[in-house]
Design a protein around this ligand. Structure first.
Ligand SMILES: C[S@@+](CC[C@H](N)C(=O)[O-])C[C@H]1O[C@@H](n2cnc3c(N)ncnc32)[C@H](O)[C@@H]1O
Length: 230
């Protein structure tokens, strides 16, 4: 009995010490850097700016995030948008749901290299005004056009072939945006949907992008990537 009590005390002591060591280690962990280690991977590292322009833009993105009043894409998703746009040499990107321009600036970083342009749609006048100021600050006012108003109506004026369509507005509207803009997506173009989670995704949109033989869709952590096959 005495031995059992002693081993219980020793075990409790060991657990206590391990607990203290673990909480110290967590407390000493460096704060999460811009776009690093989000959720699924400790291997993620923050972007390393190549030059002063990239450094300036990454600083502006950090600042927008720090002052964030409205929902923007997570930094990792912004990085993905930039990477996709630049790697496919996108010239014409359409974004539905500008908010304050955070994801638009990630696209803008790619477009500064590809020589392309972004047209982005926002229904809320205050967010649109903030986004315009942010695009100007990032030196992207000449490559980003913000169209203010209901995108369901405004997109009907679009005529040029689209490399990337990014949907990040009213979730129940994704099917309508797809119906209106799929004919303009060029073969090999991408449709990227945001907030594609079991809770938020519209089942009708999911059906539309996963049952059409002309489309190939994968979903990764709340982002759907749909290729329009050639
Ligand atoms: C999640 S936020 C967009 C975030 C932005 N893409 C970013 O990451 O910085 C969604 C935006 O869509 C806008 N929105 C909702 N319905 C819309 C519509 N019918 N037409 C245009 N914009 C709309 C909202 O006002 C809101 O600012």
């Amino acid at each position: 009995m005495k031995n059992v009590t002693r081993s219980t005390i020793v075990a409790a002591g060991v657990i206590g010490i391990l607990g203290i060591l673990l909480s110290n280690a967590l407390a000493q962990r460096p704060p999460r850097a811009r776009g690093a280690g989000q959720g699924d991977s400790q291997l993620q590292k923050p972007p390393v700016p190549k030059d002063e322009n990239e450094k300036k833009i990454l600083g502006i993105l950090d600042d927008i995030r720090a002052r964030q009043q409205y929902r923007n894409v997570p930094a990792q998703d912004g990085r993905l948008l930039r990477l996709l746009a630049q790697s496919m040499n996108a010239k014409n990107i359409i974004e539905i749901g500008t908010s304050t321009g955070y994801s638009g600036i990630w696209f803008g970083m790619a477009l500064q290299k590809t020589g392309g342009k972004l047209t982005t749609f926002e229904i809320d006048a205050q967010r649109a005004a903030t986004a315009r100021a942010n695009f100007k600050r990032a030196g992207m006012a000449d490559i980003i056009t913000l169209v203010e108003g209901d995108a369901h109506e405004k997109v009907t004026a679009l005529k040029d072939p689209i490399d990337i369509l990014f949907l990040d507005a009213d979730k129940e509207g994704y099917v309508d945006y797809l119906d209106k803009l799929l004919p303009l997506i060029r073969p090999g173009g991408l449709i990227i949907g945001h907030n594609i989670s079991p809770r938020m995704a519209d089942p009708k949109y999911m059906e539309a992008i996963t049952s059409n033989p002309n489309l190939e869709t994968i979903v990764r952590t709340e982002v759907s990537l749909t290729l329009k096959k050639g």
